[in-house]
Design a protein around this ligand. Structure first.
Ligand code: NAD
Length: 422
């Protein structure tokens, strides 16, 4: 049994992932044997490890790596550094990765990793030692044919470079395909940095077109101003949308006339926050979810849209850049109110799709141009969106259930074809 609420007060993400799974499995009439297999993560590794600190002495850290299902290919999923990471959170994220890879039909299973740490106070040298030791601890699982990490919250290309180098040192030769989201100079892919936001914007435009909502002039609110949120803001601004509110951990900046995103990016890099941006009104961390807008992009963390605030959300489209931002209770409220939720496993799947391109390029040591990446990516996102939207329409259900149905069917088919060993 898993608690509905975690010790940190957040809704338990694994409970949410299981509830979403059951809703789609019911509609697919999946038998109980298959459900048992698909509910359970295949591997859960917890590691405790020491790191030598700059001031002398050591500090113990805890990390996780979970592989949910690898019947369609090697496990794939990011690594997050966060003080609130729990095993249940990592299990949920690993399960969502299985469905995400399946919904865009790339040949990967799902995984996720995390270290319980607030990386901000660490020096660069401490961060490197922590990363290299964590990479070593999980090296029993990771590898280019078995499990391929990538960046997630508070991890980046430099951290991927250290993981790639650590793994390569153990092997005695370079293994670029062991991680994705690396710097270009050591086997990264063109387009990876902006991939997630590119996909979020692409599916938002497809949904807006169906709803006859012109993107030019549409009001957009974005929670989280990191890799996914800030680049989505830039891209939507470039499309002529009015980004009226953005937020980070410290609060939100709101301007109903639309924020100047280039100026806001400069402000954020100088001040470390969007709060206090000249000409904007300062709002609380969660207020960004409820401002008057047409499109809401949660791009921060899980469990943000709940039964408590879903009724006050004013957007017509919610495009989930973050993983798991909406609870099942909030989903019901949105569906009843006619708010279209483009679910995480579809909306943010462009990140893992370009990661897949990076892995393929590393394995063949032959690299593609930004144009080739973009064409291939948009083709995959277009096909996935169409598959899901059509099924949602046919079934009369929300897009999350439809996306899960598409994905779970693919994983169940692979599992069925491979059979149960021995
Ligand atoms: P990031 O660390 O670059 O940025 C996260 C942003 O969210 C920061 O601005 C931070 O201040 C803000 N934030 C964090 N917790 C918050 C909270 N409780 N309230 C308000 N703001 C908060 O991370 P990212 O890579 O942009 O990832 C954001 C989300 O998108 C995560 O859920 C991640 O799993 C998901 N995602 C990212 C990618 C990717 O390629 N970067 C791909 C798929 C999914």
């Amino acid at each position: 049994m898993h608690d509905a609420v975690q010790a940190n007060g957040q809704p338990n993400p694994f409970q949410i992932a299981l509830a979403q799974f059951e809703a789609a499995a019911d509609r697919l009439h999946l038998d109980e044997d298959m459900r048992q297999v698909l509910r359970a993560p295949k591997r859960e590794l917890t590691v405790h490890f020491p790191v030598r600190m700059d001031k002398g002495g050591i500090r113990m850290f805890t990390g996780f790596r979970v592989q949910h299902n690898i019947n369609r290919g090697p496990a794939k999923g990011g690594i997050r550094y966060d003080a609130n990471v729990t095993l249940d959170e990592v299990k949920a994220l690993a399960m969502w990765m299985t469905w995400k890879c399946a919904v865009v039909d790339i040949p990967f299973g799902g995984a996720k990793g995390g270290v319980v740490v607030d990386p901000k106070p660490l020096s660069l040298a401490e961060l490197e030692r922590l990363t290299r030791r964590y990479a070593t601890e999980i090296s029993v699982l990771i590898g280019p044919a078995s499990d391929i990490p990538a960046p997630d919250v508070n991890t980046n290309a430099q951290i991927m470079a250290w993981i790639m180098d650590t793994y390569s040192m153990h092997r005695g030769y370079s293994v670029p395909a062991v991680v994705t989201g690396k710097p270009l100079a050591i086997g990264g892919s063109e387009g990876r940095n902006e991939a997630t936001a590119t996909g979020v914007v692409a599916v938002t435009k497809m949904a807006a077109e169906e709803m006859k909502l012109p993107i030019r002039g549409a009001r957009v609110a974005i929670q989280g101003f990191g890799n996914a949120g800030a680049i989505a803001a830039e891209l939507l601004h470039a499309e002529g949308a009015r980004v009226v509110a953005v937020s980070d951990r410290q609060g939100a900046a709101y301007d109903e006339r639309g924020l100047d995103i280039s100026a806001l990016l400069r402000f954020k890099s100088e001040h470390g926050t969007v709060v206090g941006f000249p000409g904007s009104q300062t709002l609380g961390v969660k207020d960004v979810l409820e401002v008057p807008c047409d499109v809401l992009i949660p791009a921060a963390t899980e469990g943000q849209l709940t039964a408590e605030n879903a009724g006050r959300v004013q957007a017509r489209i919610i495009a989930e850049a973050a993983n798991g931002p909406t609870t099942p209770e909030a989903d019901k409220i949105f569906f009843d109110r006619g708010v279209v939720v483009i679910p995480d496993i579809l909306a943010n799947a462009a990140g893992v799709t370009v990661s897949y391109f990076e892995w393929v390029q590393d394995l063949q040591s032959f690299f593609w141009t930004p144009e080739e990446i973009n064409i291939k990516l948009l083709h995959i996102m277009d096909r996935a969106y169409t598959d899901v939207a059509r099924l949602a329409h046919d079934q009369g259900c929300d897009m999350r259930t439809a996306a899960n149905m598409v994905a779970i069917k693919r994983v169940a088919d692979a599992t069925h074809l491979r059979g149960i060993y021995p």
